[in-house]
Design a protein around this ligand. Structure first.
Ligand SMILES: NC(=O)c1ccc[n+]([C@@H]2O[C@H](COP(=O)([O-])OP(=O)(O)OC[C@H]3O[C@@H](n4cnc5c(N)ncnc54)[C@H](OP(=O)(O)O)[C@@H]3O)[C@@H](O)[C@H]2O)c1
Length: 240
């Protein structure tokens, strides 16, 4: 895609943090964007922030990625509102951090269902629409935690490692339908992830806008080649 002007995108978890920054960047580049999230209040708060970014139209859709019926409804609503679907950004994600011995089965399922099954759900619903359109672009927001595991993060790391493998398999399945698949693996990003303080470490962490810039660059990359995996880390994290 050389220009995002008039393209239609859906960003899961677009009401806060990295997803919000991606939605703003896409709109600033002329795309029409639907964002999803669980909280209606967060979606309402995000709308004016995205509209301020540029001329593209914005739709907000309450949809939990863990529920296939809600995901399908959100994809349908995006297609109905904007006439098609070109770009799917799988960004919605959570982390619950505890040792395996202490994590409850319900917590385990919540992380897997959101970060991994949710991505399958959106791709499953979106790919037929993209095929009908003649192509598209799917970008999955993974994490460096998918490559470098650490204690208390078995569930989170497993989902992101799984998402990397999922992305690579999918990329090979749909490439001849002109659907491009990439995944981005950020290190620490300054957001309110899991109730964290957005301002803490903001002087050295990757910013949400920098992740969004990578996403826009991927979308605009010449079609002959595909940067299928991007690792994005803070340039100078505190020395250990
Ligand atoms: N922050 C980091 O350091 C970092 C580093 C690497 C990768 N990542 C990844 O980047 C992505 C975004 O992280 P973030 O830091 O921006 O998180 P965040 O600030 O907590 O925002 C998460 C977003 O996802 C939405 N969401 C959560 N569960 C959902 C569900 N079941 N269905 C639909 N939407 C849901 C939230 O909506 P509600 O407000 O409605 O819940 C919110 O809009 C995640 O996949 C995360 O794993 C983050």
């Amino acid at each position: 895609m050389e220009s995002l002007n008039g393209k239609v995108a859906i960003v899961t978890g677009g009401s806060r943090g990295i997803g919000l920054a991606i939605a703003r960047a896409l709109v600033a580049d002329g795309a029409r964007v639907a964002i999803t999230g669980k909280s209606a209040a967060h979606l309402s708060a995000a709308r004016p922030l995205i509209e301020k970014a540029g001329p593209g139209a914005v739709e907000t859709l309450q949809a939990d990625v863990r529920r296939y019926d809600e995901v399908e409804r959100a994809i349908d609503a995006t297609v109905t509102r904007f006439g098609g679907l070109d770009i799917l950004i799988n960004n919605a994600g959570i982390g619950i951090f505890a040792d395996v011995a202490d994590m409850t089965p319900a917590q385990w399922s919540e992380v897997i269902d959101t970060n991994l099954t949710g991505v399958f759900f959106t791709c499953h619903a979106a790919i037929p629409r993209m095929r009908r359109r003649g192509g598209g672009f799917i970008i999955n927001i993974s994490s460096l935690a998918g490559k470098s595991a650490f204690p208390t993060a078995a569930a989170y790391c497993a989902t992101k490692s799984g998402l990397n493998a999922f992305s690579e398999a999918l990329m090979q399945e749909v490439r001849y339908d002109n659907i491009r698949v990439s995944y981005v693996m950020p290190g620490s990003v300054a957001t309110g992830f899991m109730g964290g303080d957005e301002s803490k470490g903001a002087d050295w962490k990757v910013s949400s806008d920098e992740v969004a810039a990578v996403v826009v660059n991927l979308l605009r990359h010449p079609a002959r080649s595909l940067p299928s995996r991007v690792e994005l880390r803070p340039t100078k994290p505190p020395r250990k």
